[in-house]
Design a protein around this ligand. Structure first.
Ligand code: MG
Length: 259
């Protein structure tokens, strides 16, 4: 009787937690549990399913249509952790303002932000995008080429960022990046920013954008950016891709040069 009474006492707490975190619970179901279950039941990985949808419905050579098709998939079918349209508009605006000639993306995933960035590049610019998972890179390659970008505009590099960054200059011909977009593992943001500094790969005045600095968050990266004296740092507050109720943000760093 006593244990039943104790258990009942927790019901209001559980209900209030469920109510408060219902959007996170929905995200967990759509982004992790449902795809995991589908794959257990013998389905293809979700990125492959998304690719099939894009190949069937997107207009080849039309980057905007490719992006809209990926959005349709993520909104109605399964969550893909791409940057999405809301944060994408921030990227597009900053890219237009800065008109960079050498862009580096860390974390290609399915190629969503790659296509978004590539369509906004000024003439003669080049985008280097790095993906560590060969299965995701294979999907991204098809999405990028479907959108109409060849190897001269977008070079997809498969490998771990900590191994690729030190070879970017010698092996891939990137002298310095003037625009960087980070959207890979959040725990790698700080390490890779410092690697870019150590290998002198950031042009003075370069813009570094980092996605998801509020959710799931990159506190060490943000703290470093704000306190090391090498960057002006600003966080664009918005919401998580395809989940308007979960706050998120994109960090914008402006590199002042080595100090
Ligand atoms: Mg992201």
């Amino acid at each position: 009787m006593v244990s039943a009474a104790v258990a009942l006492a927790f019901v209001p707490l559980l209900l209030s937690l469920l109510l408060r975190y219902r959007h996170h619970a929905a995200l967990l179901c759509r982004a992790a549990l449902a795809p995991w279950l589908r794959e257990r039941l013998g389905g293809a990985p979700r990125e492959q399913r998304a690719l099939r949808f894009v190949l069937a419905h997107a207009a080849p050579g039309d980057p905007r249509h490719v992006l809209r098709t990926l959005d349709r998939w993520s909104e109605a079918r399964e969550h893909l952790s791409s940057v999405g349209p809301r944060k994408g508009r921030i990227l597009e605006r900053l890219l237009r303002e800065r008109a960079p000639l050498a862009v580096l993306e860390l974390g290609t995933y399915c190629g969503y932000a790659t296509v978004l960035l590539a369509q906004g590049l000024p003439p003669g610019a080049r985008l280097y995008t790095v993906e560590m998972d060969p299965r995701h890179a294979a999907v991204a390659e098809k999405v990028i080429r479907l959108a109409g970008f060849d190897e001269r505009t977008v070079e997809l590099i498969v490998g771990r960022s900590e191994e690729v960054i030190p070879r970017l200059r010698e092996k891939h011909g990137l002298r310095k990046a003037d625009f960087v977009f980070m959207d890979h593992w959040k725990r790698c943001y700080l390490r890779d920013l410092q690697l870019l500094e150590a290998h002198d790969l950031l042009a003075e005045g370069a813009t570094v954008l980092a996605d998801n600095v509020i959710f799931p968050g990159a506190p060490h990266f943000l703290q470093y950016a704000k306190t090391c004296g090498k960057y002006r740092c600003k966080v664009h507050r918005t919401s998580l891709e395809y989940f308007r109720a979960i706050p998120d943000g994109v960090a914008e760093l402006t590199y002042a040069g080595p100090r």
